[in-house]
Design a protein around this ligand. Sequence first.
Ligand SMILES: [Zn+2]
Length: 401
Amino acid sequence: MTRRQWIHTSGMAALASAAQPLWADPDSRFDILIKNGEVRDAGRGFRQNADVGIKDGKVAAIETSIPAERGIDVVNAEGMYVTPGLVDLHTHVYHSLGFGIEADPLAATSGVTTWVDAGSFSHNQAGAFRKFIVEPAQSRIFGYVYLYPVTRNPDEDPVQYVRRNMRRTGEVVVENRDILIGVKFQVGSNMNGRWSLDFLKIARELCDKYELPLMAHVSFAPPETDQVMELLRAGDVLTHCFNTHAIGILDDAGKIRSSVKEARSRGVLFDVGHGAGSFNFEIARKALDQGFLPDSISTDVYTASINGPVYDMPTTLTKMQYLGMSLDDILVRATINPAKVVNRIPGMGTLAVGGPADIALLEIEDGDFQLIDSQRNTVNVAKRIVSRLTICRGRRVVAPV
Ligand SMILES: [Zn+2]
């Protein structure tokens, strides 16, 4: 034991040192042993060539060298980054609207260990979300409930209808706090007609009453951006932050709006939410040039975006790399930052002894790759981020057969 170099740094140190090592018995073997990779946990500034031992769903050891015999399943990660599993804060993995995708097959190839469904279901479908989506999955799945139930009678006044469903929406999130995070709402004239601002006010009232965070999709005005910002609070997420639509973070001169800066300073979070229509290279570049980095990088993957322009999380991360963000800046926004929004699993979004063994093996691949934004602008890059292996709860995530 004395020559073993235990690697503990801030954040997880107390958790790791409070107990005996999880593999104190020298005859015990790790379920999975990842050798020769570079452990890169950007959230706590940890970067070191080290081997990672996984046992019983947890990270049991991070050491400079662990003999291969100590592993039952030994993975050679030479040339790869061993990072916390990616957390995708805006996805659609429920199927009621016909646009949800299967989480696990994409998890297996993309390094995503945690999916957050951004309101593909309403309160009366939460039970089905739990039973048929969350429980069978190898990866972790959480969700925001959609405030505007899809089962609405078209003859009923929409504002009355949403108000009538407000209480139940709040109650369902509270009753299912282990898997539900808050309320998703689409703000935009194209989504809710002339009632959009009314609905947003109802969403605000609901989230205040039940103390829930709101995720707001933004698209076409009205309402105006400033009106939307005014109604967002600390912990709320504005998704589609680099869209080209009238409700957007930039003013007509291409500058970050002061209402957006104020919202950020009081704790409103800005999420990429790429999707089929909401990510534009030029808008993102203008924002980044002004120091406005997103708080989280997410895909908004669904049936209409999975075959392009989104494809997957590594492709979305590669786009942010193309725009000039450093790998660590990117990883923070694809691991610890969205994990803090989920805030349900201790240690999620980090890679440290004692924490959950949710891990991605990422590699930078050289070649000639085309990237496409939502307006079909294309660029070519010589490097892209790819995922080689996804481990969730201490097991390899495999595509179901
Ligand atoms: Zn979406």
